[in-house]
Design a binder for this molecule. Structure first.
Ligand SMILES: Nc1ncnc2c1ncn2[C@@H]1O[C@H](COP(=O)(O)OP(=O)(O)O)[C@@H](O)[C@H]1O
Ligand SMILES: [Mg+2]
Length: 358
């Protein structure tokens, strides 16, 4: 039996506030899918409806053929890890981790065995009798994870579980969590507002904006081929140019102020329509000839406005008759950085121009 998670046309209103609007997605068994979006876009509410802490105003939640929309949280084969950990402060580590088993009337002997196994899994063996306040933030996070996993959920729901950790620990935990997920083969639905975290960990990313899905795809698809202005802007740095579509036989351009950006002609666009394009800074090179000779190269002449040295890379701001583009250059040798005020040629492979349709 496969237990694909189905979120079907789910809407959630809190009074007059629509937190989630007609959201549908599926997550195949054993996949790591991340809901990514800015604060307030409906991530937590979506997760809480899957967990059963909120009831959808409209729509259904299913696991395989099993409709769980109205089922009590503790009866669902789901488990949730909260950003705040939500550990019981006056219970020991062992009591916290074993809580879900006690709720399910698992006998004390079996409970102890399974608690010990979980503490091994999170690499904190033998700390059953410690108090929660004796643990560091990172350790508390692991205990919260163990508490969620001990009931052997089919779907683990994680709401910004690394949000309270400092950067270095967070990066380590990202890798550990991803490894653990692969080892256990459990479906993970992960929530974060941190795009780098989402790109690092996920099989697929679902971008939410104001309660609605903007785009779903693999990290590569989301980063390399954003389809909307929102996604292009939210994920990574980019050059966003707003312009007008002008058809020219098989080819076309988007007139963006002083810059004409050539694109393939679009059957879905009409002459004179407003359109935006996005080009990632690291896709633009100084000099001509970007694109390995395969695709069409876009070449423009401009002036170096500013060079911002960032250690491994430098951001080079170039103006083309008043329109600014930023390109990113690997710093192999600081001597070769361009000089502000100098004339320059920039180029990129036309394939790296993303036409944004929404
Ligand atoms: N219990 C609630 N009562 C009223 N409004 C809520 C409640 N929970 C969330 N909201 C509102 O719903 C929207 C989405 O919230 P949330 O799902 O927490 O977003 P996110 O997790 O993406 O930051 C926000 O506008 C928030 O203020
Ligand atoms: Mg939230």
């Amino acid at each position: 039996m496969t237990s694909t998670l189905h979120v079907d046309s789910v809407t959630k209103d809190f009074g007059s506030v629509r937190a989630v609007e007609d959201v549908s997605f599926t997550v195949d068994e054993g996949k790591f899918v991340t809901l990514l979006g800015p604060s307030g876009c409906g991530k937590t509410t979506t997760l809480r409806m899957i967990a059963g802490f909120e009831t959808p105003t409209e729509g259904r939640v299913r696991l395989g053929d099993h409709d769980i929309t109205m089922e009590e949280p503790y009866l669902r084969p789901t488990s949730m890890v909260f950003q705040s950990y939500a550990l019981f402060p006056h219970k020991t580590v062992g009591e916290n981790v074993g809580f879900g088993l006690k709720m399910r009337d698992v006998p004390a002997d079996e409970r102890s065995d399974r608690i010990a196994k979980m503490l091994d899994l999170i690499e904190l063996p033998g700390i059953e009798d410690r108090g929660i306040d004796e643990l560091s933030g990172g350790q508390q996070q692991r205990v919260a994870l163990a508490r969620a996993l001990i009931t052997e959920p089919e779907v683990l729901l994680l709401d910004e579980p690394l949000g309270a950790l400092d950067l270095k620990l967070r990066k380590n935990m990202q890798v550990e969590l991803k490894n653990l997920q692969e080892e256990l083969g459990i479906t993970f639905v992960y929530v974060t507002h941190d795009q780098e975290e989402a790109l690092t960990m996920s099989d697929e990313i679902i971008i939410l904006n104001e309660g609605e899905i903007e785009q779903r795809g693999t990290p590569t698809e989301i980063y390399e081929s954003p389809r909307t202005r929102f996604v292009a802007d939210f994920i990574g740095d980019t050059n966003l140019l707003d312009g007008t579509y002008v058809e020219n036989g098989n080819a076309a351009i988007v007139e963006c102020g002083s810059v004409d950006v050539p694109i393939d002609s679009l059957s879905a666009a009409t002459d004179g329509q407003s359109l935006s394009v996005s080009i990632r800074p690291e896709k633009i090179a100084l000099g001509d000839g970007a694109g390995n000779g395969n695709g069409n190269s876009v070449t423009l002449r401009g002036e170096v406005e500013d060079v911002i040295y960032q250690g491994n890379v430098a951001k080079v701001h170039v103006t083309i008759d008043g329109t600014e583009l930023v390109l990113e250059q690997q710093v192999i040798d600081t001597v070769n950085l361009p000089t502000p005020g100098s004339e320059c040629t920039i180029s990129w492979d036309q394939e790296n121009t993303n036409v944004l349709t929404g």
